[in-house]
Structures are given as C-alpha cells and as structure tokens.
Design a protein around this ligand. Structure first.
Ligand code: 0A1
Ligand code: ZN
Length: 849
C-alpha cells in the first residue's frame, strides 16, 4: 500500500533533472518470486540543473547491493526511493535488487500473467523494477540481458545476441524508463517483414500464447497498414530492425507503446471471425495503429513531464482517428468518435472529475489517463488543423519532428511550432489546454434584406478549481441551405474568439436553414432553438454527413424528452423521417445503422440535466424501450426487407463495407425481435458462423428479455475462450432488465470463472453493471453497493483498475437527492477504508469534493 497522505505534484514545480543518464545496462535473472535485477547506469551532472541532489525512484525493491564507480555505498532509503552522496563528475551507479513478479497483482512494473513475465512501466512502473530517475525527461539508450528458462526472451530495440536461456537486446534510441519493456514466456509468433521507405528491412512479430496461434493475422495486417500510412501521411519511417508485439491476458489498459516491443491487452490483438466481432476488429486496427504511431509521437519525441501527457496522447489519438477514417469511412468514423466523446469526455468535463487537457496538479498520474487528455486532446488538435488548414498543419508537424526529435517536449513547444510554421498567434488558443469544461454556444439568427446573421455567444461553466472562464477560440463550421434544400453557402469556418459575436451572410434570396458545427468542428455543446421541421429538413437535405446524422439524433432526443415529460406517443414525423432515411439506398449502410441507433440512456440523462431537469434513470429506460418498440412497429415491413437485403455473400471479411451491412442487418434484426418475439433472432443465432452475428442475435434476444437457452449454448461452446467468455459475462449484465441487473451481476461474481483479478473479467461484470444505467441506478442503492464492495476488494490488489472504475460514480451531481445520498454514502464508505490506495483515495476525494 502507498503512503497515507501523499502530496500533490504540480506543473508549476517542475525543475530539470539533477543528473542525466548516458547509458543503462540491465541484467535480469528471472524467477517468479525472486527475480534479480542488476543495473549499471552511467550518470552525469545536468548542466541545466537547479539542484544537485542525487535521488533515484524505487518502490517495493529489496536492495541487495549498491556501488558508485565500483565502491560499495549505503544509500538512504525511503518508501519512494533513495539518496546517496555522489561525485560532482560523471560516475557509474551499480545496484542489485530483488523483486517478486508473481505476487505483483497491481500489474505495474514486472509481473506475471498466466506463466508469462511482462512489464508495464508507464507511467511510473519502472521504479518497481529497479532504482532509477523514473521521469520522462531522463532519456538513455538501454542494453538488456535476460536470463531465464523460457523459450522467448524479449526486450526493447534490436536483438544483440542470444543463447540457450539468455538473450541480449540493445535499444540505440534514447528513451525514458516508462518505455522500457521485457517479456519472457512460451510464445509463438505470427511474422512478417516490412521494408521502410528508407530501405530498412524490419522483422515484424506478433507474439501470442500457443493456444492463441492463428489469431494474430489481422493485427499483423493492421500493423503493416499503419506503417505504410505513417510513411505516406506523416513521412515517418520505423527506426529499428524488429518490431515486436505481445498479447497479454492480464493488462490494466488497452496497450502500451514500449519502444520496439508493444505490449497489448490480448483482446486488442487476437481475432478470428468465429471469436471476434466487427467492433473487435475495428478496435484492433485502431489500437495497433495508435501504439505504432506512438513510435514518433511519444517515443522519438516524448513528454517532458506527465502534465504534458496530451502532447503524445492527444496527437496519437488524432493520428489514429485520421488513419481509421482513411481506412474506413470518414463520416461514420467521425460520428462514432463524437458519440464516444460525448459519452465519456463531456460527461467527465461536466462533473466533479473535470480537469484541463493539460492538468496542473495530480496525486496519482495513473488517474489522468482520461477521456479529456486523450479524446479532448485529439479534438484540440483537430481544431488547430481546422484553423491553420491542412497545409499549415503539415508544415507545423514537419517542424515539430525536425526540431524536437530526441527530446522531451512540452505543450509550449508544440504550439510554438504551429506559430513558427504558420505565423499565427496561438496565445488565446492555448486556453484549450488550461481551461476545463465544455463550452456552450448559444446561437440565434436573423434574416433581413437578403442578409442572414448568426449571433453566437459562448460560455464555459465553472469546473472544480476554475470558477471563472474566458472565451476560447472556437472554429465553427457552418453551411447554409436554401428552403428547397440546395446548399447556398458551402462549409465556411467562422472563428469565435469573443463572448458574443455576429456573422453576416449577404445576398441571399430567402431565409436559409443553417447547418451549424458541421463535422463537429469543435468539442462544444450547441444550444439553439430548432423546430422539429427544421431538424427533419436537415436530416433529409444536409450535405454534411455528420450534421445529417446529428439532425436525426436531435429529433430522437426531443421525441424521448417529450415522451418522458408527457408520456406522449412518439411523434409520427420523426418515425417517418427515420423510415425515409433507413430506406435511402444512397446512404452507406453503416451510416444508416448509426442513424437508427437511439441516443443512449446516459446521454439522455445528461441532456435532461443540461435542460435543468433531474433525470430518472428508470423512466428514461422505459421511455427508450417504448420508443424502440414504436420504431419497430412503425417501420414494420422494412425490417425483414433490410434483413434480407443486407446479407454478405462470400467469406467473412472485417472490412468496413461488410461490417456496415452486418451492422444494418443486425439493427433490423433487433427491431424485428420486438415484432416476432425473437423468432428470427433465434434462427440467426443458430445459423451464425461469425461472432458478430452470434453476439448480434444474442443481444437482440437479451434485449427483449429472452435468450436464456442461447446464453447457455454460448457458454458451452465458448467455455475455454477467455475473450469470448468476457462477452458472455458482460452482455448478460449490461442488457439485463433494470430489476434483475444487480442480481445478475451478483450471481456472475459467484460464477467459478469469475476471475476478478483479471481486469478484463472484472470490467466485464462490474463494468457491465455500471453500463446498465437503469440497473446500476436502481433506486434501492443495491447497484451502488455492489460496485463499491467490489472496488474496495479490487483496490487492495489492483489500485489502478479499481480507481478507473470509480468514475462510474461521477454523474452523482445530476441525480435526485435520494440517489445522491446513496452514492455519497458509498463513496464515504470507500474513503474510510484503511489502507486505501493513493489512486483510489485521490479519485474518491475528487468525486466527493
Ligand atoms: N500509453 C498507452 C496507454 C497506457 C497508459 C497508462 C498505462 O498504465 C498506467 C498503461 C497503458 C496508450 O496510450 O496506448
Ligand atoms: Zn497512447
């Protein structure tokens, strides 16, 4: 357990490191409970340092010996690290420590997963492996020797030498310790070769456990496509002779970009048509690309300190979104990204955990791998690109790579390259990095004498620690349509910089219909009184695919809000518009599937809250169910038609075209299930030859309260496949009827295969419950209690994953008083636990403040 009252770290306290490292040599003698780590580190005083104290981080290490320039020394050891008197000139530090990977359940540092040794060092895990200045602005080349009785021994960089029971690796590129990695185990590779545009032949290997052999082809394909894309679009080539990826069963996050040795949560590597859904394939493609792209944005140019996390994460997410848009459909990708942004980041930005894209203080950095740092960080880069244009962006990035290669950089460095490359002053734009909260745009309009005027006001609500907000630079992409549906003003980017501004469009023959915030040009909430007719008009005519979808979504939301308020029947105009859209064969099936998806329950709760109402999760669930049934009935005959039309002849392909057809077909199947009591879904399930169809049919059945037999059959078929069984666990909780969700979750925690120390399985069941909004927010508080019990239990073994999941409680301020009191009581119960981790203590502290 960590210390009781740790001090927050502040951006304003940054000082350069006292010593720099020229070279690191590590030797590992692997043993499950007594691994010996020998380190030899060449230090040199940093001329830029402001103090000369020699401090090495180290946590939970058993120091066996230490020497400076060959002379034994006895350092002063604290729970955080050690200090020691050192010469005022370059010197060599040598140490031997002992660690126990097998008992490391936190999955940070060196740990074991199903007999395999692996590491996770970001953000501050290296200090659990050996004593070291574990901060990203200390970069050094590493040489690693691994000794262990296992067939595959991997580390960063290029292989240097190997023999029976040992291997040596050399990574010539200076890197911070958080990018260190080691893997040892019985593994098999799916291999390929890639020749870079610079002529370097690179061996590619995706390592998996023997039982998973044959499931890495898609990951390898995605890797090769990512390598090509980064060369073509960003001019960035790979810089080592090998690129290794390893799939690990126990992993706290999605994946990790360690130099030359990416480590992945197995669920983002392993795929076969029978076991992975289209969504899984899409995630694998995106995450493989993300980690690969980090080689330049994160590894070659890293972060000076952890406050700059968005420097690598925002940019790398932006790059993986561009890549996925190129590989699939830009319109569909943008809609999916915005759905996720609103669901996770807007929710975070509007609650007690709101923080700026670049936070200014933290207690535990692991708590800041958030949607705000990642996804809002990517949106900020998208806005920057919109403001300076694609050519300005390309110039700025070329300058960034040129100027900062090999460095640990800051957001100031990042913005400066844009200023230098484009001549633009970004002083005001920088507020996007320091101001938390989602800006709201209030828009009114006016038409007179052929001039159409938009009046736009911006306002950002107060967030924790930031009562006052200032206007931000907001690119507002706008197009105008004439009443007959023609586009009279094509997309134009208006730049908002003030609290209130007017924008005039002259020479128009009639009052136009505005299409605002096209492509979701800024991460803001748009507030404008709009009639249902206008939304239906945009749904039918808008040339901007995002806004076309958005119009449908807004209509659905308004219908649901009306159904909630007045218990009304859904507006027929909405149902007709939906039918027209669903039938429109000019539209991409993936787009139609998205447009037929109703806004989520949590999203509706947020919408109601932002209208000053108190959402009732159960009423929302009921209204949404009623609307689904009404949509099913109103579009009646269309469902079997779509179902029959959207087949995918030939062998399964995870590509966008087939995946889009399956998505639309399964949407039709789910609506159909409400009309035929699941008859078609049962046949579909029985005939399914791929996991997308199997899960799609099963979900359709569970949603109407059926599917017990299918669940049993599924479990019998997939009993031995961990990743597929995660789906089985997750699905029945997340789709359970609100009244049975908590009991279902509880029952599953008693299942013999509920291995709660495995983060994927824990997330499937406990995370599954938090995603069943009406079940989790059950008025009795039983959902809150069950989740809190499990967070307490998990916190003792894996603080990082437990703390992340505590965000389930972040929406408490928008709920009714009774639920608020229930949640606060659970948070207080967690906070009062003796020995609570630093991770969890910080999270509940922020949630309660
Ligand atoms: N940098 C990785 C994600 C990651 C972050 C933190 C971790 O442990 C605290 C682990 C992985 C990425 O962006 O993919
Ligand atoms: Zn990342």
């Amino acid at each position: 357990m960590k210390d009781a009252a740790p001090q927050p770290v502040r951006l304003s306290d940054y000082t350069p490191p006292a010593f720099l490292v020229d070279k690191v040599e590590l030797t590992f003698h692997l043993h499950p409970t007594a691994t010996r780590v020998l380190s030899k580190i060449a230090f040199r005083p940093n001329p830029a340092a402001v103090e000369r104290r020699f401090f090495l981080h180290g946590e939970g290490l058993d120091l066996v010996s230490a020497q400076i320039d060959g002379t034994p020394v006895t350092p002063d050891i604290t729970p955080e690290g050690l200090t020691c008197t050192v010469p005022d000139a370059p010197f060599t530090w040598q140490a031997e420590v002992r660690i126990s990977p097998e008992t490391n359940t936190a999955l940070e540092g060196l740990y074991m997963s199903n007999g395999m040794y692996c590491t996770q060092c970001e953000a501050e895990g290296f200090r659990k492996i050996t004593y070291y200045p574990d901060r990203p602005d200390v970069m050094a080349p590493f040489t690693v020797r691994i000794e262990g009785d296992l067939p595959v021994l991997l580390s960063n960089g290029n292989p240097a030498a190997q023999g029976a029971g040992w291997a040596e690796w050399h990574d010539p590129w200076p890197k911070p310790a958080y990018l260190f990695a080691l893997v040892a185990g019985e593994l098999v590779a799916t291999s390929g070769r890639f020749t870079t545009c610079e002529g370097r032949a690179v061996d590619l290997n995706i390592w998996v456990r023997p039982a998973d052999q044959g499931k890495a082809d898609y990951a390898l394909d995605a890797l090769i496509r990512s390598m090509k894309w980064d060369e073509r679009v960003y001019g960035r080539a790979y810089d080592l002779d090998v690129f290794n990826i390893v799939a690990v069963d126990d992993f706290n996050m999605g994946a990790m970009e360690n130099k030359g040795l990416n480590i992945f949560n197995a669920r983002y590597v392993l795929a076969s048509p029978e076991t992975a859904t289209d969504r899984d394939y899409e995630n694998i493609e995106r995450i493989i690309a993300h980690e690969y792209f980090h080689n330049w944005t994160g590894n070659r140019i890293t972060c000076r300190d952890w406050f700059q996390l968005c420097l690598k994460e925002g940019l790398t997410v932006f790059r993986d979104q561009q890549f996925a848009g190129d590989a699939r459909s830009h319109a569909v990708k943008r809609i999916e990204d915005v759905i996720a942004l609103r669901a996770r980041q807007f929710r975070e930005d509007g609650g007690p955990l709101a923080h700026p894209v670049r936070p200014e203080s933290y207690t535990e950095i692991n708590n800041f791998y958030t949607a705000t740092v990642y996804e809002k960080g990517a949106e900020v880069i998208g806005m920057l690109r919109r403001l300076v244009g694609p050519e300005g962006y390309d110039k700025a990035l070329a300058l960034y790579f040129d100027r900062h290669d090999g460095e640990a950089a800051t957001i100031e460095d990042w913005l400066k390259v844009f200023e230098d490359a484009t001549g633009r002053d970004l002083t005001q734009f920088k507020r996007w990095y320091s101001q938390a909260g989602t800006p709201r745009l209030h828009v009114t309009d006016d038409f007179k004498d052929g001039t159409y005027t938009l009046h736009v006001e911006q306002e950002t609500p107060p967030t924790p620690g930031q009562p006052e907000k200032h206007p931000q630079v907001i690119p507002l992409a706008v197009g105008l349509l004439s009443p007959n549906g023609d586009e009279v003003v094509p997309t134009t980017v208006l730049e908002l910089t003030e609290e209130a501004q007017n924008f005039a469009f002259e020479g128009l023959g009639a009052r136009p219909v505005p299409s605002l915030l096209r492509g979701f040009s800024a991460p803001v909430i748009l507030d404008r009184e709009t009639s249902a007719e206008e939304r239906a008009f945009l749904l039918a005519h808008d040339t901007d695919p995002f806004n076309k979808w958005e119009a449908g979504r807004a209509l659905a939301r308004d219908v649901l809000v009306a159904m909630l308020a007045e218990n009304a029947a859904p507006a027929p105009a909405y149902l007709d518009a939906l039918a027209a859209m669903a039938r429109d064969e000019a539209l991409d099936p993936a787009f139609r599937a998205l447009a037929l998806r109703l806004p989520g329950e949590d999203q509706l709760a947020e919408d109601l809250h932002s209208r000053g109402q108190t959402p009732d999760p159960l009423a929302i669930h009921a209204a949404r169910e009623r609307l689904k049934t009404a949509v099913a009935a109103h579009l009646g005959a269309l469902w079997p038609q779509l179902y029959d039309q959207m087949t995918c002849p030939g062998a399964y392909s995870p590509g966008a075209a087939d995946a889009g057809r399956r998505a639309l077909r399964l949407t039709a199947l789910a609506y159909l299930a409400r009309l035929d009591r699941g008859a078609r879904a049962r046949t579909h399930f029985a005939a399914a030859d791929n996991m997308t169809d199997e899960i799609g049919a099963l979900s359709a059945l569970l949603e109407i309260g059926a599917g017990r037999d299918e669940l049993d059959r599924f479990a019998r078929r997939w009993r031995d496949d961990r990743l597929v069984m995660d789906k089985w666990f997750a699905l029945q909780v997340s789709l359970a009827h609100p009244e049975t969700a908590v009991d279902t979750a509880r029952r599953l925690t008693e299942h013999p295969d509920f291995n709660w120390k495995n983060p994927n399985r824990f997330r499937a069941v406990i995370g599954g419950l938090t995603m069943n909004a009406a079940g989790f927010h059950d008025g009795s508080g039983a959902g809150y209690r069950l989740v809190a019990d499990w967070l307490i239990r998990l916190d003792a073994v894996n603080p990082q994953t437990a703390a992340r999941m505590s965000t389930a409680f972040e929406t408490w301020p928008r709920l009714d008083r009774a639920r608020q009191a229930l949640i606060r009581a659970e948070l207080n119960r967690i906070a009062a636990r003796e020995g609570l981790s630093r991770d969890m203590a910080e999270m509940v502290g922020r949630l309660l403040s």
